[in-house]
Design a protein around this ligand. Structure first.
Ligand code: ZN
Length: 266
């Protein structure tokens, strides 16, 4: 599932690639992914337009065409975007006047595209918490100390902190040496601040290496991200911890696979 670093990578690539290119055709092969408006209106409203800005909020991608015309792209589990030649597997394709295409790919068909007047009014956006980059150390302490939820599950709650998903939450907990099963309110102030620092650090590293391609995620050119091989616990069940050599443990926590080192993470 694309998390903040993957979506930020797509945003940066789109900004370099599609701005001011005129859309001349829209091909919708799977109407299911278009949530609003109608298919006919979606097509008609986009033909002749060109993107002016690409915005990211949490894991949501927003392409601005006019002050009152935005395409919000929620990639969800397996959505991704690719720029290039004709691609029959694409769910939705936007053709530009230079003959190239922007394709929306999504094997699971769980992603959502919305052409809307104001992306900030989407309920999903209104409920988004702040991103780790914008939080001061004391704010992490405040968020954790009043909640009994297991810390790993809390980190995935987009209404409290936006942008994290299953991969980066596990990585940050490993770096902060905190057991993912601990109730959030059991963290000391020092641990909460350290976790805040590690959350920011791991997201920045993810952005630097253009994301992790553990599943279907690819960048706009169809290339894999470089973060996958840098992950320290995610996907390393049974392999030795990079610090103490204890085999990495994998459990189910709040319905999601969670890997950690039972020796280093207390
Ligand atoms: Zn260890």
């Amino acid at each position: 599932m694309p998390e903040l670093p993957e979506v930020e990578t797509i945003k940066r690539d789109l900004t370099k690639t599609i701005l001011n290119k005129k859309i001349v055709a829209v091909c919708i092969r799977k109407p299911k992914v278009i949530k609003e408006p109608s298919i006919a209106k979606f097509k008609k409203s986009l033909i002749g337009e060109s993107a002016k800005e690409v915005i990211r909020q949490g894991k949501l991608l927003i392409i601005k065409f006019r002050p009152d015309k935005f395409l919000a792209v929620h990639l969800r589990i397996a959505g991704w975007l690719i720029y290039g030649h004709k691609e029959e597997r694409a769910r939705v394709s936007f053709q530009f006047s230079n003959g190239k295409f922007l394709h929306y790919m999504d094997q699971r068909l769980l992603g959502e595209l919305r052409l809307i007047k104001d992306w900030r009014s989407l309920n999903f956006v209104k409920n988004l918490g702040p991103e780790p980059f914008t939080l001061r150390p004391e704010q992490f302490v405040q968020i954790f100390k009043s909640r009994k939820t297991k810390i790993k599950a809390l980190l995935l709650d987009q209404t409290l902190i936006a942008g994290l998903g299953n991969i980066y939450a596990q990585e940050a907990l490993f770096l902060a040496k905190i057991d993912p099963r601990r109730p959030a309110n059991s963290l000391s102030s020092q641990e909460a601040k350290l976790l805040g620092l590690k959350l920011t650090a791991v997201l920045r590293e993810g952005i630097k290496y253009k994301g992790s391609s553990v599943d279907s995620y690819r960048d706009l050119n169809g290339d894999k991200g470089g973060m996958e091989e840098r992950l320290k616990v995610y996907g390393r069940k049974g392999q030795p911890c990079l610090i103490c050599k204890t085999p990495i443990t994998k459990i189910q926590l709040a319905g999601r696979g969670t890997s950690f080192c039972s020796h280093c993470q207390k």
